[in-house]
Design a protein around this ligand. Structure first.
Ligand code: SF4
Ligand code: SF4
Length: 348
């Protein structure tokens, strides 16, 4: 489909047209505070200028905590479905940043991989209409440009919007995207040569404006080859507070734990909750043995998982999309970007 444009002033009408078939979610500054991906209503304007949400949109597909099923009577193993029983419309997510769309594709691969498919999460991801919003200005912590994850995409979306000022250019790549445009076709017009020129200039300009660059290649090589001395990991890990923030804000982190929570006489809810590899108990085994009891081992494992060739071979790419959230979150300076600089500078 050839690129189209839509005036920003009629964007709410487009989202309203999608609301019949989808649960529409868009970035909004709710209550004047942080921008979050929230259910869209006409009452709160869609934010087109945000840098990144604090919590990634992975929470819409892989919630921080959810009930998988209820155990009504453990003696007779009577089960009933969890909250998915009430799930209705697929998601239409507008304003997904390129890094987060890449992170979502990474999660899809993880939850589809290695002999086990998580049907619930895969259904949420695969039924969604993904409408990305290319970045006009990177944030100070962003380095997607080093991670093949932004500031715009060439694939991995249904529609990619780019803000041209008073209008948005829509680059449509899938039948799902075409159907969405068709549902509100009177709002769209064919992009003119001037629109396409403006788009091209914008893409070129934003690429050159990143302040942060990260030593991805050096980090990958040195981590994969075990070239970082153990005493470095031990020294760096002294600054880890074990808060788990780096994992929770990361759009590619997928670790979870499962617990049974009492919900009445003889009844339990089996819940899935996000977990963090920096938590001391994350790898503690039933015997009490913990193969990664030391902080240095946990930090080393996190970076091996994110950056090594060995995991690139499994997942097809780095486990970092350069969203910069851990840069903003880690109080110990142990985010990917900062530590890759230390690896580059201190571990030749
Ligand atoms: S590396 Fe930083 S953000 Fe992650 S658990 Fe440690 S202190 Fe928290
Ligand atoms: S490791 Fe940090 S910068 Fe990379 S995707 Fe995760 S939160 Fe974003």
């Amino acid at each position: 489909m050839r690129p189209m444009t839509i005036l920003e002033s009629v964007l709410p009408s487009f989202l309203a047209a999608l609301a019949g078939d989808y649960r529409v979610v868009a970035p909004q500054r709710v209550g004047g505070a942080d921008v979050v991906y929230a259910d869209w209503t006409d009452d709160v304007p869609v934010d087109l200028d945000f840098v990144n949400t604090v919590v990634p949109p992975k929470m819409l597909f892989f919630p921080a905590r959810e009930t998988l099923f209820h155990i009504e009577d453990p003696r007779h193993a009577t089960l009933s479905a969890g909250q998915e029983a009430g799930a209705t419309k697929p998601l239409a997510i507008f304003g997904l940043r390129s890094c987060d769309a890449t992170g979502l594709a990474f999660l899809e691969k993880f939850f589809a991989g290695r002999g086990f498919e998580d049907d619930t999460i895969l259904a949420r991801i695969r039924s969604a209409l993904t409408m990305t919003l290319a970045c006009r200005e990177p944030g100070a912590d962003c380095f997607c440009v080093c991670c093949e994850a932004g500031p715009w995409l060439t694939a991995g979306f249904d529609i990619q919007f780019s803000d041209l000022g008073d209008r948005l250019l829509a680059d449509v790549r899938t039948e799902k995207g075409e159907a969405a445009i068709a549902a509100a076709s009177s709002l769209f017009t064919l992009a003119t040569p001037e629109d396409l020129d403006a788009w091209s200039r914008q893409l070129t300009k934003v690429d050159a404006t990143f302040e942060r660059r990260s030593f991805m290649a050096a980090g990958t090589r040195r981590i994969s080859l075990g070239r970082i001395p153990q005493e470095k990991w031990e020294h760096w890990a002294e600054d880890c507070r074990g808060c788990g923030g780096c994992c929770f804000v990361c759009p590619t982190c997928s670790c979870f734990t499962v617990t049974d929570r009492p919900s009445g006489d003889d009844a339990f809810d089996r819940e899935r909750q996000w977990d963090a590899c920096l938590y001391e108990g994350f790898t503690r085994e039933a015997s009490g043995h913990n193969p990664r009891a030391a902080k240095a081992e946990r930090l080393k494992r996190r970076f091996f998982h994110k950056m090594s060739y060995q995991y690139i071979d499994v997942m097809g790419r780095h486990g970092c999309v350069g969203c910069g959230r851990c840069v903003a979150t880690c109080m110990g300076g142990l985010d990917i970007s900062t530590l890759l600089t230390r690896i580059h500078d201190e571990c030749p």
